[in-house]
Design a protein around this ligand. Structure first.
Ligand code: ARG
Ligand code: ZN
Length: 863
């Protein structure tokens, strides 16, 4: 019949204030798939019910569907389109709508809707992919019971999976077969999923605390089966943890996870059928680093936790996205903290918040945790929604305490189970359960920008009194020039400079006004300020503490995060001074690093984090005008000085962290981390035997952490054996896509000269393709965060990224649009760079047929 218009770059704006409840509900849906990669037929039967008294038509969303038939109550009707929607006028209060459409999964390069990946057929529907499968009101506040029948060629697709519980299966004529799945829980369309393919499962049983038996399975292609134990174990651990910590139990007879190679992001929490990017499932010592192992467990837990925070209680509209994502990230962070060292986990989480979210909040794409408008919702799966959203809920946990927070979570789940809720519902449940007043605190959801807190401590020795003056400000962000003061929970403690003892118990100060003064009595010794301990608020603190105080805290603070923070601040102050003044004294940093390395009471993982210098980009983030070359030079000089001054300590740390056999435990991971960091310093010292040490580790490693750690050290250097190591690595893993991604990204992230040219060359490599999002991110994404290489004078880095993004947008707009922010930071660079960056953005914008995703990101970046 008719082809619906495909979504194009018409700048539509969706506003939160325009929300209206749906005119029609869809309590039941039957879906019938005749699966085929070239031409799949989807028949849908929707039971629709009028929602309230009105005479509005039923509006169905569709994108790129070939409509073959449309019937209302059994009678064929001609379709009427209203914009991108199908509009159906209905006389009664309940009707049955039937549609039949055709799609071509193998030509779906966007990887939204139904697509083919490595011989499988699979789906991705969040946020608006279901409309690429069938005509439907594709909005999260429509909750529907699904019955699904899948038919496919049995030899090619022996396994047929969908949401819920399996109810029937059998053979059909012509070598085909079928499977039927019913999901008893009404769900929004974004949680629909199906998978068809030649898969094998790693299975186990799980008995919930009330005695329900659940069959767990992780489905992969046969050669990958041996790499699924870690993910399966993480799933069981996460299920038990959610029962114990949040009182949440699983609710279906089966829980299936499928790994696919082509995936736009990490993973997806479809009800009873999670679909994962294979990088977050597959792990064995030879191919996965400790970082990968940790990420697998965290993402498996994250998606599982969505069964309650996301599926049982979903979002009313996409402006509420952080309701499920912020809460679920907090839950996965708490889970990971409980599996290893909470301090190290907090350090890692804060580091990634600062690396990804702070720059977003300070740039042209800044938006509140609950945005007010969007053009393309896919662009709002951001570090602000996920990570800042998690910090906002963590602050409630801090202010309410664990017990009252849990009561609030229970109340939220009780009240809203089976419904589509809002951020406001969550905050109100926390208030109602705890009695706390969170009126001002709600500003965290509506005001964008990272708050800054100035802290000034003064001491009046005569009166034994110390005064802490606090002043907060929230910077202007696009569309929000003026801000109100936030409610900020700050954990604060004073230490005596002479005795190194705490001068008083830690206080939880809630800063609510623009300024505040806190008075401490009985302070006879000179006090040293420890503030925002544990990173209790996601803010930037300017405490202007002298190097001596930071060195003191890095040795004596009893909060491990604050200790880490002190040494990092000392490094940062030294580096920033080096860049702005041309030189800085390294003495205090060297002394603090030496003391940390020699402190027997500290665990290796913590030491490794503490002695690592802040990244070049993080140093750049401290400066109004970023000079990438100067930052690189100054940081390398400090690295070399640390390496040479503490040469014996680095060797001792390196050798002390040696393990003979791979083991995945917090202690063994910490040892490997310290080993890699120490190796970096051994290399930086310029010692003639350093490349041999690295190469020997590279060859002898029995795990990917040590192997990639050594490779990275070599690739960052000018050692002769670097090319040999790259070749060996390439040939050893040439059949493993996930490890080849590391081969690409290690080179794209290299700090050495010539990285831009190497990356341009790698884009021509026969293993490079933009069609696979992991590969595109491994080269283009990694390169764009390599501050020095991306900003190579002359603008070649910008031109390269623009070329790649223009090509990628034609295949996969979502993945392309995610890589725009690096170019959008032009305001922070000198005139020449800024102009070249703008030129690259303008060139992208001028491409005819640019996607809505790219249009929004690029046009906002130019404003
Ligand atoms: N909900 C998924 C998660 O667990 C991610 C979905 C991302 N969707 C998107 N359009 N970017 O985080
Ligand atoms: Zn999520």
């Amino acid at each position: 019949m008719l082809d619906a218009l495909s979504a194009s770059a018409q700048p539509r704006v969706v506003r939160r204030g325009d929300y209206a409840p749906p005119a029609w509900l869809v309590p039941d849906l039957a879906l019938h798939f005749t699966l085929d990669p070239a031409r799949t037929i989807v028949r849908a039967t929707l039971k629709v019910e009028r929602n309230g008294a009105h005479d509005l038509p039923l509006l169905l969303d569709g994108d790129g569907l070939e409509l073959l038939a449309l019937r209302v109550d059994g009678a064929a009707v001609d379709p009427v389109f209203a914009g991108e929607q199908l509009s159906i006028a209905l006389a009664g209060d309940a009707h049955e709508i039937e549609t039949e459409v055709a799609l071509a999964p193998e030509r779906n390069t966007q990887l939204m809707g139904l697509y083919a990946s490595g011989g499988l057929l699979c789906t991705q529907c969040e946020a608006e992919g279901f409309r690429r499968i069938t005509w439907f009101p594709d909005r999260p506040d429509i909750l529907t019971r699904y019955r699904v029948r899948l038919e496919a060629d049995k030899a090619r697709y022996p396994i047929l999976l969908s949401n819920g519980d399996p109810v029937a299966s059998g053979d059909l004529a012509g070598g085909r077969h079928f499977a039927e799945w019913h999901d008893p829980f009404p769900k929004p369309s974004y949680l629909f999923a199906l998978v068809a393919g030649d898969l094998v499962a790693n299975r186990t049983g799980f008995v919930t605390r009330s005695g329900r038996e659940v069959s767990l399975a992780i489905w992969v292609r046969a050669p990958d089966l041996a790499k699924t134990d870690h993910a399966l174990h993480a799933l069981e651990t996460a299920m038990r943890w959610d029962e114990q910590v949040y009182g949440r139990e699983y609710d279906l007879d089966v829980f299936n996870i499928v790994a696919v190679d082509d995936f736009n992001f990490g993973a997806m929490e479809n009800k009873g059928l999670n679909i994962f990017n294979s990088r977050y499932i597959l792990a064995d010592p030879d191919t996965a680093t400790d970082y990968d192992y940790d990420a697998v467990a965290a993402v498996v837990a994250h998606e599982y936790f969505h069964n309650w925070s996301g599926n049982r209680v979903t979002c009313r509209d996409w402006f509420q996205l952080s309701l499920k994502e912020g809460f679920t990230v907090l839950r996965d962070q708490q889970f990971s903290a409980d599996q290893g060292s909470p301090a190290v986990k907090r350090i890692e989480d804060v580091r990634s918040l600062r690396a990804a979210q702070f720059p977003e909040d300070a740039g042209p794409l800044a938006h509140p945790v609950r945005p007010d408008e969007y053009q393309e919702i896919s662009n709002f799966y951001t570090a602000t929604i996920y990570n800042k959203g998690a910090e906002v809920i963590r602050m409630m946990h801090t202010m309410l305490g664990a017990e009252r927070f849990r009561q609030g979570a229970d109340l939220y789940f009780d009240r809203h189970d089976g419904t589509a809720a809002t951020v406001e519902d969550f905050v109100r449940a926390m208030e109602d359960a705890s009695g706390a007043d969170l009126a001002q605190f709600r500003l965290w959801y509506s005001q964008a920008g990272t708050p800054r807190v100035q802290a000034l401590l003064s001491h009046e020795p005569g009166d034994g009194r110390a005064r802490l003056s606090l002043r907060q400000s929230v910077p202007p962000t696009p569309g929000q020039p003026v801000k109100q003061p936030m409610a900020l929970p700050l954990r604060i403690k004073l230490f005596g400079a002479e005795t190194a003892a705490p001068l008083a118990a830690e206080q939880l100060v809630e800063l609510r006004d623009e300024t505040a003064e806190i008075v401490f009595e009985g302070v006879s010794e000179r006090p040293v300020l420890s503030i925002n301990r544990g990173f209790s608020a996601p803010v930037i603190v300017d405490a202007n503490r002298p190097a001596a105080d930071l060195a003191f805290l890095s040795a004596h603070d009893d909060d491990p995060f604050a200790r880490y923070e002190a040494i990092q601040q000392l490094m940062l102050d030294t580096l920033v001074l080096g860049v702005t003044q041309g030189r800085a004294d390294h003495g205090a940093v060297i002394a603090a690093v030496r003391a940390t390395l020699r402190d027997r009471a500290l665990d290796a993982a913590f030491i490794a984090e503490a002695v690592l210098l802040p990244s070049e980009s993080f140093i750049g983030d401290q400066m109004a005008m970023v000079d990438p070359e100067a930052i690189h030079r100054v940081r390398e000089a400090l690295r070399r000085d640390l390496a040479q001054s503490l040469a014996a300590d680095w060797r001792a740390a390196y050798e002390g962290a040696h393990a003979n056999r791979f083991e995945y435990s917090p202690a063994a991971k910490g040892a490997r981390r310290l080993r890699t960091v120490s190796l970096g310093y051994v290399m930086a010292s310029g010692a003639p035997d350093a490349p041999e040490i690295a190469f020997a580790q590279f060859e002898a490693a029995d795990n990917m952490t040590d192997r990639q750690g050594a490779l990275t050290a070599l690739v960052n250097s000018d050692a002769d054996c670097r090319e040999a190591a790259l070749d060996i690595f390439y040939h050893r893993y040439s059949d493993n896509a996930l490890v080849l991604d590391k081969w690409f990204s290690t080179q794209a992230l290299a700090t050495r000269d010539g990285t831009l040219d190497r990356v341009i060359e790698l884009a021509q490599h026969r293993d490079f393709t933009l069609a696979n999002p992991n590969r595109a991110r491994a080269l283009v994404g990694a390169f764009s965060v390599n501050q020095r290489a991306f900003h190579t004078a002359g603008g070649g880095g910008y031109a390269f990224v623009a070329d790649q993004l223009i090509a990628l947008d034609k295949l996969n707009p979502q993945t392309a649009a995610k890589l725009v922010p690096a170019l959008g930071r032009w305001r922070r660079f000198d005139a020449e760079r800024a102009q070249a960056m703008r030129g690259a953005l303008e060139r992208i914008l001028a491409v005819p047929g640019i996607s809505r995703d790219m249009f929004e990101q690029v046009s906002k970046s130019l404003e």
